[in-house]
Design a protein around this ligand. Sequence first.
Ligand SMILES: Nc1ncnc2c1ncn2[C@@H]1O[C@H](COP(=O)(O)OP(=O)(O)OP(=O)(O)O)[C@@H](O)[C@H]1O
Length: 268
Amino acid sequence: MSATEPEARQGAEPRTMQAGAKIVVRDVRKTFPTKKEDVNVLDGVDLTVREGEFLAIVGPSGCGKSTLLNCMAGFERITSGSIRIDSEEIERPSPKRVFVFQETGIFPWYSVWDNIGFGLGKMPFDKKHEIVMRYIALVGLEGFEKAFPAELSGGMKQRVEFARALAVEPDVLFLDEPFGALDAFTRLEMRREIVRIWKETGKTCILVTHDVEEAVELADRVAVMTRRPARIHSVLDNPLERPRDSDQPVFRELKDQIFEILGVERRV
Ligand SMILES: Nc1ncnc2c1ncn2[C@@H]1O[C@H](COP(=O)(O)OP(=O)(O)OP(=O)(O)O)[C@@H](O)[C@H]1O
């Protein structure tokens, strides 16, 4: 396992040509103006997300993890710096970049089929049906296409959420605490599921989580943020094969390393 210091700040021209780079974040600052005073949230964030990787972002509570994710997806405008996806500057949201939140993202008044087909817009029924059923199968919900969310368990609703996100064929999946509303057992089950889905689809996945163990179990690399105003403290490589076991010495070392970084930040 190895930790890399945040990538060196680039000059005016971001280093977008790095082989395999999907998202390049350079010297990003984000300030929220409020009536009382400006809230300085991100303060020089540098991060490169590789094509097809599973990257987790952890950090102290309220440090700006969701803000960074929103900026990368184009939902929030950055104050300065640069965020490029496939060498294109991000200025607005795109259907190629979708969010998966907690189960609350799905519409209770729509069936599983309608929820998953929602983002597909107008298209011939047969084509839509083929796509919806493909993703229903991918997430293991065959037989539940006519069910409504109230008839589903928390884990099943989460599967609908994943299928709905994937059906629009995004090339980046942003996962913002997606398992936060699930009970402990279902959360463990869904962690395994997300790894399987990620492997089968090859999407670039960026996960924000409070749970360091979850980050180490799932991610190829873990980016650790400082407290607010935040930057990336370090990015740790996770060399462990999947499925991972939290009793493995390397798993524990990696977790300890992250806690140490977070602890240091808390004492500053
Ligand atoms: N629209 C906004 N206007 C003003 N301040 C905001 C806005 N959005 C976020 N903030 C502030 O930015 C800071 C970072 O929020 P953010 O939700 O990104 O942090 P986080 O690390 O994801 O939080 P948590 O650990 O609680 O999930 C917080 O202090 C928050 O109050």
